[in-house]
Each structure stands twice: as C-alpha cells, then as structure tokens.
Design a protein around this ligand. Sequence first.
Ligand SMILES: CC(C)(COP(=O)(O)OP(=O)(O)OC[C@H]1O[C@@H](n2cnc3c(N)ncnc32)[C@H](O)[C@@H]1OP(=O)(O)O)[C@@H](O)C(=O)NCCC(=O)NCCS
Length: 205
Amino acid sequence: MRNPLVVGSRVYLRALETNDAETDAAQANAETETFMYRGRAPASPLAFARWIEEDGKHPMPSEIHLAVCLRDGDRYIGAVSLHHVDYLNRTAETGSGLADGFRNQGFGTEAKMLLLEYAFDRLHLHAIHSHVFEHNTRSAAALRKQGYRYAGRRKWDDVKGGVYRDGLLFDLLREEWLAAREAWRATLPADVRGKGLGRDREPTP
Ligand SMILES: CC(C)(COP(=O)(O)OP(=O)(O)OC[C@H]1O[C@@H](n2cnc3c(N)ncnc32)[C@H](O)[C@@H]1OP(=O)(O)O)[C@@H](O)C(=O)NCCC(=O)NCCS
C-alpha cells in the first residue's frame, strides 16, 4: 500500500495523485454506462491532472476526492468523494465511481464504508446525503446497503438520451451507517471480516 489513509480488507483509500489522471481519462473515454455519459466534453489526462492538482491546494477543501486502490497490487480502480463539505453545519454529499470491470463486486461498498469512516469519525460530520439518477438502480441499491435512506425525488433532474430523468435523494446519519456496516460485515467471509475494515474505533475526540 502506498500512502494509505483508510484501509479495508480488499481496498484502501489514498489521496489522488496526478499519475491517476491517465487512468481517469482512459476510463472516461471508455465509459459504456449510459447514466455516466456526459455528452461531448473532452476527457484528457491533462484536464484530469489539472483537476487533481487544484484539488490539493486548499487547506479546508469543500471537495475531497480519494483514490480507491486494491490492496493486492496497489492498482487504482476508482474514486470516492465528499462534495460540498460544510465544516460549520457538518454536512456533505458523497459520490463514487469505479472503473468498468471493477463494478458489482462489492469494491464500491467497501470503499464507501471507508469514506464514511473518514467522514463521520475523522471529519466528525453529522449528516451525509447522496444523489442518484433514478435509472441508476445499482447505485441506489449500493447506497441502501450502506445505510442511506430514501429522502425524496427531484423531478426532471437531468437529460439522458433526450429524456428528462428524475434524481433520487438519500441521507445518512452516523448511527445508521454503523448499523449498516455491522450488517454488511456479517455477510463477509470470516477471514475477510477482521482484516483492516471496521476496527470498531471510537471517533477521535
Ligand atoms: C455505483 C458504484 C460505485 C457501486 O459500487 P459497486 O462495487 O458496483 O457496488 P456493490 O457491488 O457494492 O453493490 C451493488 C449492489 O447493486 C446490486 N445491483 C447490481 N446491478 C443492479 C441493477 N441493475 N439494479 C439494481 N441493483 C443492482 C448488486 O446486486 C449489489 O447488491 P448486493 O450486494 O445486495 O447483491 C459502481 O457500480 C460504479 O462505479 N458505477 C458507475 C458509476 C456510478 O454509477 N456512480 C454513482 C453515481 S450516483
């Protein structure tokens, strides 16, 4: 592991590095999921590198993007994020995206559990919310598994394929996340369960 920030059983989180930009651009250009399609905006390593550089300049960032890496081999497979971090009211929105080929194998939920540990137990946030396009049913299923509760619908939120789509809102408190993490951990094989993730730590004072 290199520069790990939060460590799980199969994945760990670290700060993004400009070297990750090549992977980001390649993934963006190869994207096949229609809900991820962002029109004709160019996706170059240069643009991603610039975004990562700018991201690291703020001492109290309102956007925090963390690389998701496999413990086995250190490969960078995606990112999880805190958006609109409000340090006064202690709220933020979460986001996540894995490269095609790493989805639907539980990596996203594990990475999100680590992000939520970072958000609740290190940044001491109080409430988290998330926003999903209605037809991204996998993302909504993953959020529910992570403890998020459906909180409402935003009509005509985005256009995909010429059709206006609704957005679904979800929210999450620390106690709900802890309960979901326990339930999720119980589904893991015994040899994985105790490894790295869920150290049952109290939040730092
Ligand atoms: C969203 C994302 C980060 C989730 O991570 P992941 O590793 O794929 O998620 P998990 O494997 O932990 O969980 C996915 C769950 O959705 C379920 N699922 C899979 N396809 C589904 C579908 N089409 N409809 C409903 N549920 C679905 C899976 O069965 C699984 O639930 P289970 O573990 O109870 O069986 C990842 O899929 C991704 O990067 N997707 C593309 C980008 C994206 O959509 N980002 C979120 C934008 S809001």
